[in-house]
Design a protein around this ligand. Structure first.
Ligand SMILES: Nc1ncnc2c1ncn2[C@@H]1O[C@H](COP(=O)(O)OP(=O)(O)O)[C@@H](O)[C@H]1O
Ligand SMILES: [Mg+2]
Length: 264
């Protein structure tokens, strides 16, 4: 069974069509990379997978059942920036995921549950390479370290699906290489399904087991938002066989080559 299935999925805001007629089946364990022009609905699609937005038409299934209409612990998310809380230390940020899961937001963990949660949080920081930064605040961390922290936070509840919206878009190319190694290691070790939006086509080909291109198949010059984007290419990728030659130059030219503006 597919972990995610979209059938004739549409998303409209008023009269603006963002996505139309999206069909997709994704198997558990896939690493799906998503590219497309700026504003074509990639983040919107991710937000629907998160449960933060609902489709206006069509079907979106999680494990064969209707996608819950709110985010849940089985789906973690990392944005390009600002996923971490500036007033909490690295450890506090990772711990927060756990504390929020407890009965209510004001109840902070105490005693043994707290010690256990601290141990899990510390282990998660180690896993993303932040073992020595537990007591630092985000402002004391580099951009790459902040994104490591955001990933740790997203993984604390053991999600089965990790949603990444241009998570490395604001980082220097050198640091991005380290982040690629980290995300591939986590994907393999934790046996999770990943959806990752990127503006970097090479990143999409290098990391994914499958690359999706979102694009509009019809355009009305007098009404730019009359039609939405859909999946125009769905390319299976295999280790050693990855090359962006497999996309026509015209498609490559239409993709955004800079990170999207954060809309949050
Ligand atoms: N909450 C919203 N209300 C109205 N329009 C929205 C909303 N969210 C996104 N949009 C519009 O949907 C389109 C797709 O946005 P987005 O998914 O952020 O694109 P991408 O991530 O591909 O750059 C944009 O035209 C954007 O303005
Ligand atoms: Mg976006």
């Amino acid at each position: 069974m597919s972990i995610i299935e979209a059938k004739n999925l549409w998303k409209e805001y008023g009269r603006d069509v963002v996505l139309e007629d999206v069909h997709l089946r994704v198997a558990a364990g896939d690493f799906v990379t998503v590219v497309g022009a700026s504003g074509c609905g990639k983040s919107t699609f991710l937000r629907m997978l998160l449960g933060e937005e609902t489709p206006t038409r069509g079907t979106l299934l999680l494990d064969g059942a209707a996608m819950p209409e709110e985010p849940g612990p089985d789906r973690g998310v990392v944005f390009q920036k600002y996923s971490v809380f500036p007033h909490l230390t690295a450890l506090g940020n990772v711990l927060l995921a756990e504390e929020l899961e407890q009965a209510n937001i004001t109840a902070r963990l105490l005693g043994r549950p707290r010690r256990e949660a601290m141990a899990r949080a510390q282990a998660m920081l180690e896993r993303v390479g932040l073992a020595d930064a537990a007591d630092k605040y985000p402002s004391q961390l580099s951009g790459g370290m902040q994104q490591r922290l955001a990933i740790a936070q997203a993984l604390m509840k053991n999600p089965r699906i990790l949603l990444l919206d241009e998570p490395f878009g604001a980082l220097d190319p050198g640091i991005r290489k380290d982040m690629h190694a980290l995300i591939l290691e986590l994907w393999e070790r934790l046996d999770i399904t990943i959806f990752m939006v990127t503006h970097d086509l090479k990143e999409g080909f290098d990391l994914g087991t499958r690359l999706l291109v979102f694009d509009k198949t019809r355009v009305d010059p007098h009404a730019p938002n009359a039609y939405g984007a859909t999946i125009t290419y769905d390319i299976p990728l295999q280790q050693g066989l990855r090359s962006d030659d497999r996309l026509p130059a015209a498609v490559r030219a239409g993709l955004s080559s800079t990170p999207d503006e954060e809309s949050a």
